[in-house]
Design a protein around this ligand. Structure first.
Ligand code: SAH
Ligand code: SF4
Length: 358
């Protein structure tokens, strides 16, 4: 990891101001990176050549390269991105809402998008249902590599810097296992003269490292959290997510109760539904009990099979019955429609496919 050159995207504006003088140059660089989406120094027309040469010796601008792209009919685009050391990871462009037009065909509301970003190459948590886990852990992403995913995808989709975008940390890796770089990236995203993506627009998804949920909460960055719960008893949860042995369900629930959330918002609990494992009404009943004192919202996710997995996708009827039970017992619950199901949708699947092809 030592040989990695830092990128200008690793720094907040305040940090850039410390080593780039005069200060207006630091602001110009910020504009080039986050408003014009410049990938390299050549594009930065109003920065003196000598300064660019000096900076180029030490820092990259955008450290990512698009190496593969799969587009689904529903507007989802899955990107395989290469890092400077040749390693790859994924980011996904998700269309959440189509543009709205009036009778004369004028657009009165633009389409809404969310970007799903990775925080690590691989993952240490080792969930038995997850393809990312199969390849083991390679390395943490730097803050700049996390930030650059959003810049790269916005640029590739001609999405102007001032158009709103949501970020979900649901790509490859466990965000809280890379807490320092994650929180730095969150702050860089929030920069008013940069991408200006507020905490409210950023959701950190975690497999439940309870002590780190507390640490993230203490930083009070205003972000949302989503908990990948997936099971209601510790025996099954430890089978699915081995690290549950150290951070059990109760410790996660307690950490969530301590997490600072906007009083109007809810904590999202993701529940991956696997046929014959956790799709029965008994589990739904326990879930209701577990979440009684929490302002929660449950998102049911169909298990997305891949070659070699031991698990199966649940039936639609079982999904709906599960959802109905939760809703009838006062829990908000949605079923996540598997966006991009016709491409390699779930986390880690595009990387796997591209590597087996090559
Ligand atoms: N490590 C974090 C964030 C990345 S995983 C976490 O676990 O929350 C993002 C989401 O993808 C998680 O909710 C995870 O459970 C889900 N996921 C992993 N493999 C999947 C699969 N095969 N089908 C459907 N969802 C999957
Ligand atoms: Fe890691 Fe999340 Fe995959 Fe589990 S589901 S192995 S925590 S990326």
């Amino acid at each position: 990891m030592n040989e990695l050159k830092p990128s200008l995207m690793d720094y907040t504006q305040k940090e850039l101001l410390e080593f780039i003088k005069p200060s207006f140059r630091a602001k110009q660089l910020f504009g080039w990176m986050y408003h014009q989406y410049a990938s390299n120094y050549d594009e930065m027309k109003n920065i003196p050549k000598s300064m660019k040469e000096e900076l180029a010796k030490k820092y990259l601008v955008n450290p990512l390269k698009i190496v593969n792209k799969e587009e689904s009919t529903d507007g989802t685009i899955k990107y395989l991105l290469e890092l400077q050391d040749g390693k790859t990871m994924e980011a996904v462009w998700l269309k959440m809402k189509d543009e709205q037009k009036d009778e004369s065909g004028n657009v009165f509301q633009e389409a809404k998008y969310t970007i799903c970003v990775s925080t690590q190459v691989g993952c240490k948590v080792g969930c038995t249902f997850c393809l990312t886990a199969k390849g083991g852990f390679t390395r943490d992403l730097t803050a700049g590599e996390i930030v650059a995913q959003v810049v790269t995808l916005k640029k590739d989709n001609n999405h102007k810097h001032n158009r709103k975008i949501n970020i979900v940390y649901m790509g490859m890796g466990e965000p809280l296992d890379n807490l320092t770089n994650l929180t730095k990236a969150i702050e860089i995203f929030k920069e008013e003269e940069g991408l200006c993506i507020g905490g409210k627009r950023q959701t950190v998804s975690t497999s439940g490292l309870s002590s780190k949920i507390d640490r993230l909460g203490e930083m009070d960055l205003g972000v949302h959290i989503a908990i990948s719960l997936h099971a209601v008893d510790d025996k099954l949860r430890s089978e699915l997510i081995p690290m549950n042995k150290a951070h059990n369900i109760q410790s996660i629930i307690d950490a969530v109760k301590r997490f600072p959330i906007d009083t109007r918002k809810r904590v999202m609990f993701e529940y991956l539904v696997i046929k014959g494992k956790n799709d029965d009404i008994g589990s739904a009943k326990k879930l209701v009990k577990l979440l009684t004192d929490i302002k929660a919202k449950v998102n049911l996710i169909y298990f997305n099979p891949y070659p070699g997995t031991d698990y199966d996708r649940p039936t639609r009827a079982d999904m709906v019955a599960f959802q109905e039970y939760l809703v009838n017992h006062g829990l908000l619950c949605t079923i996540r429609d598997s966006k991009g199901i016709d491409i390699s949708a779930a986390c880690g699947q595009l990387k796997e496919k591209t590597e087996t092809l090559n």
